[in-house]
Design a protein around this ligand. Structure first.
Ligand SMILES: CC(C)(COP(=O)(O)OP(=O)(O)OC[C@H]1O[C@@H](n2cnc3c(N)ncnc32)[C@H](O)[C@@H]1OP(=O)(O)O)[C@@H](O)C(=O)NCCC(=O)NCCS
Length: 191
């Protein structure tokens, strides 16, 4: 399906993340208590094992970086939650409301998330994903993430079973020339 919101980064993900232009009328915000109802509603629609409203509340209170994306009507359509851990950014959640999926918003949100990490001077991102979540994996791979490990039985699955998590990572230089003064490109696997 062709994206409804074609963006510059669609063809090539930049070697160093840069904040993408938002489609006209869209607004990026910081997740607050006022967003929790809408966020939890999308979450319940999007996952078989969703985070609860309380999980998001705790996350916001813990100081995790929650980002929201609203369409021109002011409707919340996507969000992400990031947790900085020293020099790594953990992407805890990235979700597009199911009726708005496959329109380019996931790609947009992931670009925003990477650029936000870069703006915080954190140049390695880690995330976990279910091996069965082939759509998300395709998106992450296109964005330059690579598998660095697997956590056995990490996720609850249907019928009281468990599903592994793939651990994916992307690192990038801290400037365009790749000549950052801390020389962290690549990083060492320790997730
Ligand atoms: C994963 C998710 C964020 C992607 O958002 P999205 O808006 O649907 O993604 P986009 O439209 O930007 O698609 C970007 C690319 O991702 C891949 N992709 C996304 N969904 C896919 C699917 N269902 N099947 C196959 N590929 C898919 C494709 O490569 C796609 O590019 P294309 O449309 O040019 O083929 C969204 O599907 C979602 O919220 N899923 C439920 C929550 C979730 O699983 N989050 C990730 C947890 S680790």
């Amino acid at each position: 399906m062709s994206a409804a919101y074609p963006l510059e980064e669609r063809a090539v993900w930049p070697a160093v993340p840069a904040m993408p232009p938002l489609p006209q009328g869209f607004a990026l915000g910081r997740m607050s208590a006022l967003d929790l109802e809408a966020v939890a509603g999308i979450e319940a629609r999007a996952y078989s094992h969703p985070w609860t409203r309380g999980n998001f509340e705790n996350s916001v209170k813990a100081g995790h970086l929650g980002l929201t994306l609203r369409d021109p009507a002011g409707t919340l359509v996507a969000y992400a939650v990031l947790m900085p851990v020293v020099d790594e950014m953990h992407l805890l959640n990235i979700t597009v409301d199911p009726p708005r999926q496959r329109q380019g918003l996931g790609r947009l949100m992931l670009s925003i998330v990477l650029a936000t990490s870069h703006a915080h001077r954190i140049h390695t991102m880690l995330l976990e994903v279910r091996p069965s979540n082939t759509g998300a994996i395709a998106l992450y791979q296109a964005a330059g993430f690579a598998e660095i490990g697997r956590r056995k039985g990490y996720y609850p699955a249907l019928g009281r079973t468990r599903e592994d998590a793939l651990v994916l990572r992307r690192s990038w230089p801290d400037d365009v020339a790749g000549e950052g003064k801390d020389g962290k490109e690549g990083g060492e696997g320790r997730a």
